[in-house]
Design a protein around this ligand. Sequence first.
Ligand SMILES: [Zn+2]
Length: 136
Amino acid sequence: MSMNRSVKLKPNAADLLIVAAVLLLAALALFRFFPGGARDGAQSAVVSIDGKIVERLPLFQRAQRSYTANGYTLRVSVEDGGVRVAQSDCPTQDCVHTGVISRRGQSIVCLPARLTVTIEGAPDGYDLVVGQGVAE
Ligand SMILES: [Zn+2]
């Protein structure tokens, strides 16, 4: 509505500056949100043992991995955009019972094996797909 008014009146430099600033902010917001966004395949499951990262598995790619950590063997499965511990010989089975995780920041912890699987977004600028997800 304020847009209509300023079109009828003669747009002055201040109006143009505001429009330019808004467009710039919108563009920045897009670039800031989409790389780490929850929708595309830019996320990965980070597997750590004893606090050290041993592997990053991209979530868009099916994968089966076995890890031996502190005497226990865990089978990690990546499927349908999520990751889970499919099998483990640890005594508590908490890691198996956690089930599938698929959102950034979620994690699976196996205390006996000291193994964690955490979902991370892509680093800034990585795998940025221009034009995807911009529906409006
Ligand atoms: Zn476990």
